[in-house]
Ligand binder design. Structure first.
Ligand code: CAA
Length: 399
């Protein structure tokens, strides 16, 4: 029924980063397909991103807090081992006290898992007309100077699921799932940054794609029937690899640059996936929200055919994945036309590489315990910014 997005107020240009690291900029801009990457300052934590996205989703789609009966945050960068990000949103939005509130985790799959359970909650009749608010919120953080450094980002996508949808409906009979214990990407409890076995993680992602398609079986439409194919986007180029695998499984052929069907694959990619990756190229990896950021991009297009399905592939390292399908609803664009996410990104401030490294250093210090942050050092304009800890309790502006 609703969808909205919030990101950090700063970004770094990937050409600047490449030059600083002694790498050809084309490796990041063409090889990975990324232009920019959102950088969170120490006062912009996962709670800040999540609340701001959630608030926009309710306000822009005229949904009253009283209507929300379930609130789930999918995140792999929560702020506490015990207390969920969701309960801060519950307070900030004034949600009813009988709202079921929790956090889900399976790397980038957490929010899709929450969507599925919330859809089932509504379909079971237990929602009794109430709606579910799902927020996918993350700050992707790898070590400075590592191979994964250009695949960071920060942001949250909030969505309302209900039985009175305004944007898209899920095709409930089209589902494929896959789970396997792999060490492709992880963050131990003691680590501030994620570890990734990068090339292996790409293989795991693609294996999960093959397996979810197999699990979805004959109910899954042929690739040609989909008007758009959206994927989890850790970096833009991954969507090309994903669509290639989707195309290979669908056509039961292997694609190489030399093969006959390479042109058909390129055309299919250009029509169904490439146009919806602009926001991802500007924001970077937002983990749980990356797939849904691509969905926002798609819904800003006024001409989606209402009678054709759209595929959604979600992948969470570790790993878990699903392949599902949605369909746009008449009038969807009237709702999306009221906000322009690309325009919102224009007001962000560009950081130099030195400033970015300072942000990273300060964010790390802030994870050190009580009273580490000096809010006076940062631009505290806006709501729900994180002001540091007092007596081990997180403090937020206007919360
Ligand atoms: N001009 C144009 N292209 C260039 C180039 C140049 N000068 N130099 C290199 N390239 C190309 C390479 O050919 C390569 O393209 P292909 O993959 O199409 O062959 C691309 O740029 C990247 O080059 P490398 O593979 O050499 O890059 P790398 O080894 O330094 O690291 C990475 C890339 C593995 C993605 C790394 O950034 C990483 O580990 N990222 C984090 C892990 C990740 O995002 N995994 C994705 C799948 S897992 C997942 O999806 C979950 C999640 O969110 C984390």
């Amino acid at each position: 029924e609703a969808i909205a997005f919030h990101t950090s107020r700063h970004y770094i240009d990937l050409s600047d980063l490449a030059i600083a690291r002694g790498i050809e900029p084309e490796k990041f801009t063409i090889g990975l397909g990324q232009k920019k990457m959102a950088i969170a300052s120490p006062i912009e934590d996962t709670v800040y991103l999540a609340i701001n996205a959630a608030k926009k989703a309710l306000v822009k789609f005229n949904i009253s807090p009283e209507e929300i009966g379930t609130l789930v945050v999918g995140t792999e960068t929560g702020v506490d081992h015990s207390k969920p990000v969701a309960v801060y949103i519950h307070q900030a939005l004034g949600l009813p006290s009988n709202c079921i509130t929790y956090e889900t985790k399976h790397a980038c799959f957490g929010a899709m898992a929450a969507m599925t359970s919330s859809g089932d909650w509504i379909a079971s009749g237990r929602a009794k007309g109430r709606k579910a608010l799902i927020v996918a919120a993350d700050i992707a953080n790898y070590a400075v100077g590592s191979a994964a450094e250009p695949t960071q980002g920060a942001g949250a996508v909030a969505m309302v699921v209900s039985d009175t949808p305004k944007l898209v409906k899920f095709n409930r009979d089209i589902n494929g799932y896959f789970t396997k214990n792999v060490m492709d990407f992880w963050r131990p409890l003691y680590a501030k940054e994620a570890f990734a076995d990068g090339h292996y993680s790409i293989q795991c992602y693609l294996e999960a794609m093959t397996e979810t398609i197999a699990d979805a079986g004959p109910n899954l439409p042929n690739l040609e029937e989909f008007s758009a194919c959206l994927y989890h986007v850790p970096f833009v180029k991954m969507a090309t690899k994903a669509h290639m695998r989707h195309f290979e499984v669908d056509s039961n052929t292997e694609i190489t640059k030399e093969s006959e069907n390479f042109t058909s694959f390129r055309n299919s990619f250009k029509e169904k996936t490439e146009p919806w990756l602009n926001l991802n190229a500007e924001v970077g990896n937002i983990y749980t929200g990356s797939l849904f950021l691509s969905l926002i991009n798609l819904l800003t297009s006024p001409n989606l055919p209402l009678d054709r399905p759209i595929s959604l592939f979600s992948y969470g390292s570790g790993c878990a994945a699903s392949m599902t399908s949605i369909q746009p609803i008449a009038g969807y664009h009237d709702w999306l036309a009221q906000f322009n996410p690309a325009k919102e990104l224009e007001s962000r401030k560009r950081l130099s590489v030195k400033e970015y490294e300072y942000f990273m250093e300060q964010r790390e210090l802030q994870l050190g315990g009580d009273d580490q942050l000096k809010p006076s050092d940062w631009d505290v304009q806006g709501d729900y910014l994180y002001l540091g800890n007092k007596s081990h309790i997180r403090q937020y502006l206007n919360l």
